[in-house]
Structure formats: C-alpha cells, structure tokens
Write a protein that binds this ligand. Structure first.
Ligand code: GLN
Length: 386
C-alpha cells in the first residue's frame, strides 16, 4: 500500500543503462557525462574550499559569491539581467531546479507543454508536480515543430512550456524566430516559459543560443535553468540554478529549502571560480565536441545508423531500423542490450524519450562527450562487430 503516484512512472532508463554498462565493462555512450577530467583549476578550487573549511550548510538558496557570478555570466552571455539577492536559487543540479520550479508554479489541473522527444526527467517531473503534460512533436530529421500544433497545445489551463535548447536528445537549437513565436504564445495565454539551457555552450556550425528570458516581455514570465555539470564537466557535483522574477523565486526557494536545504557548499565556491573562465574555455569545449560529433556520426552512418548532424548538445538520436532489421530485432530496448553484448557500446533506447513508447522503438541515442580513445574504440567496435 505504498504511494500510488510512484507507480505511474518507471526508474530512469538513462541511469539504468549506466549501471548495465558498468556491469558489462562497456563504453558508456548512454548517460550524458564526459569520461575525461574536468578543468584542473576548478578541481583545485573545490579542494581548496574543503581545506579552508567551507564544509557546513551553504546559504540555503546559494552562496552569495556564486549567485553574484551567475548574475554576471548571464548578463554577459545570455542578455538576462537578474538580481542575485532576489532572482536566483542555487539548486542540486538542473534536475532539482526543474522539479522545484514546477512545484513552485503548478496548481492541480494545470497543463504544461513539452516538446517530444524529450529528456526523460520531464515526464516524472510533471507527474510529481501534478501537472498534466501536453506533448508537441518535434519532427525529424531536422526536428521542426508544426506552428499550428504548437498554437493548438495552448489553452487557458496552460501554466508553462518547457523549452530545452540546445535540445536533448535531438540536438535541435531553437532559432530566435521559433523562440519569438513561443514567447508570443506565452504572452497571449499568460503562460510561463521554463528554459532548460544546460547545453548552452555546446553548439556547432555557428549555431546561436538564444535565451527566451532575454526576449521582450519574457523576463517576468521565464524561469531560466542551468548548471555547471555539462559546461565544466562536473556532473557529479550537483550544482545548478534557477533564475526567475522575485515572486517566483520566493516559491522556488521554499521548495528547494525543504527538499534539500542546499547544494554542496565547497562545490558552489568552485563553481563561482569556474564562471570566471574566459571565452577561450567555451571555444575549446565547442571545438572538441564538434570534432567528436563529426567523427562519431561518420562511424554511425558507416555502421548503418541513419542520423542528421545535431546542431547543439552532445547527443545524436539515430534511426536504427536497418541495423535492427539485420539483427532480427524490433524493439529498441532489446536492441540496446544486444548492442552492448555485441559491441560493448551502451546507448539509450529511443522509447525513453517519448510518452507513446512505440514512437521511439526504432531509435537509440548515442552520447559523444567522450575522449578520443573512447570514441575511436567505439567507432572500431560499431563498424566491425555489427
Ligand atoms: N542529461 C543526461 C542525459 O540525458 C543525464 C543527466 C542525468 O542523468 N541526470 O544522459
């Protein structure tokens, strides 16, 4: 007789695939985290913070140094003006920022709009916050949405729309025109935009990242979520944040406090230092991932997967139909397991990015934020063992 709500969603397939991969000693191209070291300067900063005794509770909603650094960085890179005293909540990763934001916004009966395929957390996030999700399809291979379908998803019950750009799992980077269109719908229907911008610095082929919170009229109705995880390759530190107008922030802070009290103190101090990196750091990150993308895409195509070049983030959602057919498989989960067995390469089954699981049953997602040795070994395994 345990909680019924927890029966309505399953454990994360992404995290499960990491465990399966670890047991098999495989190459983890499933969960999105790098297998190379994070920058030494910020590891040193974390060690220093611990040695200097920054080991007790942080200010619940974020150490002042970090909130000041976030505010400076978003003013420079995102065109977002925010007051660190009233507009920022530091959370345990973007993961907590998202659920705390939805908890702060949602009343029973409210709807939220989610583009599909979606990062799998958004499903359980909506269930746990009590929101009813409405899905708007992103159509491959270029992952466009239909403006008419988007407009039709809004109604008087719509409380929020989640926009993840650059997008996981598709690699779509929402254009300024698309974001203006979404913003106009948010204003029309008095809806909040919740922007998950965790891949903002991972862009290819000159793609531009636009923060919807920087568009006219959107500051007061946007919650901008981000984290140090992907930008500085420290996914285990669990430091993220939500930026929002004071009346929303007050509510996010309350939820955050009772859920977690705070994000780890020493890592908040190290995060503040990371934010002072100059533009060359972000340029290097982009160029490494750009080369990794081109290399892995070529190997995937050679192995029989069909896929388009992602424009941002570090995933590629492939159509695996022809490889599956060759192996006599019709189900993405069975295929993912077979792939580990045959090649040692772990992926995420496509169905975990869809509410109607059959829509992803011919797809698998590969993550390419890996060092060259790993990428080369993966390419060799995929092109010779399948
Ligand atoms: N965003 C990462 C992915 O999609 C995983 C993040 C996580 O597991 N918290 O793989």
């Amino acid at each position: 007789n345990l909680s019924r709500i927890t029966e309505t969603f399953s454990e994360s397939v992404i995290r499960e695939m990491t465990r399966i991969c670890d047991e098999a000693g495989g190459y983890n191209l499933s969960q999105g985290f790098p297998d190379f070291e994070s920058p030494k300067a910020i590891r040193d900063a974390a060690v220093r913070a611990i040695a200097e005794g920054l080991n007790q509770y942080p200010v619940t909603f974020g150490e002042p140094e970090l909130r000041a650094a976030i505010s400076r960085k978003v003013a420079h890179y995102n065109g977002i003006t925010c007051d660190p005293k009233t507009d920022i909540t530091v959370t345990c990763g973007a993961t907590e920022a998202m659920i705390a934001t939805l908890k702060a916004l949602i009343n029973p009966g409210d709807e939220i709009i989610i583009f599909e395929p979606f990062y799998e957390n958004y499903g359980p996030d909506s269930i746990l916050s009590g929101a009813t999700p409405r899905y708007v399809t992103l159509y491959g291979p270029d992952w466009h949405y239909s403006p008419a379908e988007l407009a039709a998803a809004f109604n008087e019950k719509t409380k929020a729309i989640i926009i993840n750009t650059p997008n996981n799992p598709t690699g779509k980077v929402f254009s300024r025109t698309e974001l203006e269109e979404i913003a106009a719908l948010c204003v029309k229907w008095d809806t909040y935009a919740v922007a998950d911008e965790i891949y903002e610095h991972i862009l290819y082929d000159g793609a531009e990242h636009v923060s919807i919170g920087s568009l006219p009229g959107m500051a007061e109705r946007t919650v901008t979520i981000n984290s140090i995880s992907k930008t500085y390759s420290v996914t285990g530190w669990r430091v993220g944040w939500a930026i929002a107008a004071p009346e929303i922030t007050q509510r996010i802070r309350k939820v955050h406090d009772f859920f977690t009290v705070g994000a780890p103190t020493p890592f908040q101090h190290a995060a503040a230092e990371a934010m002072s990196f100059g533009p060359e750091y972000y340029e290097d990150l982009k160029s490494h991932y750009g080369e990794a993308r081109d290399f892995i895409l070529a190997a995937l195509r050679q192995a029989g997967f069909s896929c388009e070049l992602p424009r941002g983030a570090y995933y590629v959602l492939t159509d695996a139909s022809s490889v599956m057919e060759r192996l006599g498989l019709t189900d993405d989960t069975a295929f993912s397991r077979k792939l580990i067995e045959l090649t040692g390469v772990a992926t995420v089954p496509g169905s975990s990015f869809y509410v109607e699981k059959n829509k992803g049953s011919r797809q698998v997602r590969f993550c390419f934020c890996k060092k060259w040795d790993t990428l080369e070994a993966v390419a060799a395994a995929l092109t010779t063992k399948l």
